[in-house]
Write a protein that binds this ligand. Structure first.
Ligand code: G1P
Length: 292
């Protein structure tokens, strides 16, 4: 069972300016909760109990969010606001949180390297802090990946989703060797030109790794922007004959990638419509708005 997760949240989120000028994109709300809370709740449901956030400048609100706030609790208790106290139940989620900072913006691969002292010799999960998987993060993809990791004696397991071929330019894309929902991967390429994409299977923000990935990360050359790409390190695993396995997200495990405003608006609307408390009312208001 995989118990340790490394969650990189150091990115600048420049595609979401001005919203992200002084606030991490992982803290943008999607309906009632900030994005990163869905991610943490998903991991807690999937047996993760130790989590390392790789943060950067301006990311303190993430730490504050997962701390207990005794003053806030006391004031809600005095006011007998049980419904609002219930909204803070996630504070008792039972994970142990750790934080470290990426000293410089040197890419996703570099951020993962900061996890090495945390994970030691155990396999670990990487979950991108800006990607929600499945409505309300109810997916068990991490458990399926963890199973594939031990059954196939893999060095890496990657969650993938089917995307339109035109969209492959925004993602890492894998070359599958075989069919089915769990399959071997023979190569990968980061953000290909769609006409050269090896498939329509995009890397979906959840990875399981053996600690060997750290050696690969130290060996990869920086890309054109000077960044260390995680995809290049996984590619090196393939090239050196290690087993890399893909696990497909199911239809109900849509991935919400909050990378730009169009997908952020869409995600917000979908989650708000599904809110048990306010969803029905929001639907009516939206219908009216669209009819005008
Ligand atoms: C990163 C990875 C990419 C993956 C994507 C998923 O890219 O490098 O392989 O498909 O996350 O969101 P980024 O979105 O950081 O550019």
């Amino acid at each position: 069972m995989i118990r340790n997760a490394v969650v990189p949240v150091a990115g600048l989120g420049t595609r979401l300016l001005p919203a992200t000028k002084s606030q991490p994109k992982e803290m943008l709300p999607v309906a009632k909760k900030p994005i990163v809370q869905y991610v943490v709740e998903e991991l807690a449901r999937n047996d993760i109990d130790r989590l390392l956030f790789v943060t950067g400048r301006g990311k303190h609100s993430i730490e504050n969010h997962f701390d207990r706030d005794p003053e806030l609790r006391a004031s809600l208790e005095r006011a007998k606001k049980q419904d609002l106290l219930d909204e803070l139940a996630f504070e008792g989620i039972g994970l142990s949180f750790m934080y470290t900072r990426q000293a410089q913006q040197n890419g996703l691969g570099d951020a993962i390297l900061y996890g090495e002292p945390f994970v030691g010799h155990d396999p670990f999960l990487v979950a991108l802090g800006d990607s929600i998987i499945g409505m309300n993060g109810e997916s068990d993809i991490v458990r399926r990946m963890s199973q594939a990791y031990s059954e196939r004696q893999a060095a890496a397991v990657i969650a993938v989703e089917e995307v339109e071929i035109e969209q492959t330019r925004h993602y890492g894309v894998v070359q599958p060797d075989g069919d089915g929902d769990v399959f071997a991967i023979s190569d990968l390429v980061e953000k290909p030109n769609p006409k050269d994409a090896p498939s329509n299977l995009a890397i979906a923000g959840r990875y399981v790794f053996a600690p060997l990935i750290f050696d690969m990360l130290r060996r990869v050359q920086p890309d054109k922007k000077g960044e260390i790409q995680l995809t290049d390190a996984i590619r090196m695993l393939c090239a050196t004959g290690r087993r890399v396995v893909g696990v497909k997200l199911s239809k109900r495990e849509k991935r919400y990638d909050i990378g730009n405003f169009a997908s952020y608006y869409e995600t917000f609307a979908e989650f708000a419509l599904a809110d048990p408390q306010y969803g029905a009312e929001f639907r009516e208001r939206l219908k009216k708005m669209l009819a005008e």
